[in-house]
Ligand binder design. Structure first.
Ligand code: OAD
Ligand code: ZN
Length: 244
């Protein structure tokens, strides 16, 4: 199919779908100027995200990990949601059963106005106590290093699901429910290599959903989905919503 006709096909499916679901990754925020994890700009000093976003890295050197998060907080504090984030809010407005699953911790979906969402990897603007496990919002930029819990004095960590850690059981349950009941899934801006989210497209497909992907480049999911649209999320999402 020519690029124009695949776009039209997704547009029609979207207009006809009753239970719409969206899965997003770092690519949707790339258009807001947030570096992705696996792109050439995904490095901080000489470190890769995979070497810092782990419980081991935090146990070994919490100061280094917090410095990295402070760098990311500083960067994110200046970023705004883009047309793709706003388009997803519009989809939620149109459909009461709409659900968004994001792997992003930047909070930009919430800033845009999305409410029916699971932030399955956590949120960079929240901290969790390593002692009493209390979760709090904290928007300090920079956060004081090393931050400690006001209740019990233990070290605070970012409220983020790191490599080697499990997703919250309630999030997994919610994802499973919506993936099995949606009739259309849009997968936007994810490299599709980090599980369990990397398996979500095939779960929805096996359950009978029409699955479309939006990405700058082909991904490991491209051969599995019904339609793979190549381009920027901020350009393609508004085109899918446009009635003309
Ligand atoms: P990645 O950095 O792995 O992938 C970003 C994807 O977005 C790539 O496939 C790009 O081709 C695509 N992309 C880049 N710019 C785009 C644009 N403007 N429009 C559309 N697509 C674009 O990010 P994720 O797949 O989200 O975990 O990574 C998954 C997880 O690994 C993250 O949630 C993070 C990371 O370690 C945690 O933070 C716990
Ligand atoms: Zn505490």
């Amino acid at each position: 199919m020519a690029p124009g006709s695949t776009l039209e096909l997704v547009r029609q499916r979207l207009a006809a779908a009753r239970n719409i679901m969206v899965l997003t990754g770092a690519g949707i925020s790339a258009d807001s100027g947030v570096p992705t994890f696996r792109g050439a700009d995904g490095f901080w000093r000489q470190y890769r995200a995979e070497d810092l976003a782990t419980p081991d890295a935090f146990a070994r050197d919490p100061k280094l990990v917090w410095e990295w998060y402070n760098w990311r907080r500083e960067l994110l504090a200046m970023k705004q949601p883009n047309a793709a984030h706003l388009g997803i809010v519009e989809l939620e407005r149109r459909s009461p059963t709409f659900w968004l699953i994001t792997q992003n911790v930047d909070g930009l979906h919430r800033d845009a106005g999305s409410r029916n969402l699971s932030e399955i990897h956590g949120n960079i603007w929240k901290v969790r106590c390593t002692g009493c496990h209390a979760v709090d919002e904290n928007r300090d930029v920079p956060i004081s290093i090393l931050p400690s819990c006001l209740q019990c004095g233990s070290l605070l960590r970012p409220h983020i699901v790191w490599f080697g850690e499990s997703l919250l059981a309630e999030d997994l349950q919610q994802c499973s429910t919506v993936l099995r009941s949606c009739d259309l899934l849009l997968v936007i801006g994810t490299s599709g290599v980090v599980y369990p989210a990397a398996g979500f497209a095939s779960v929805a497909k096996d359950a009978g959903a029409f699955v479309a992907e939006i990405n700058l480049d082909p991904t490991p999911q491209s051969s599995l989905v019904d339609v793979s649209l190549q381009g920027r999320a901020k350009d393609l999402v508004p085109l899918l919503l446009d009635p003309t």
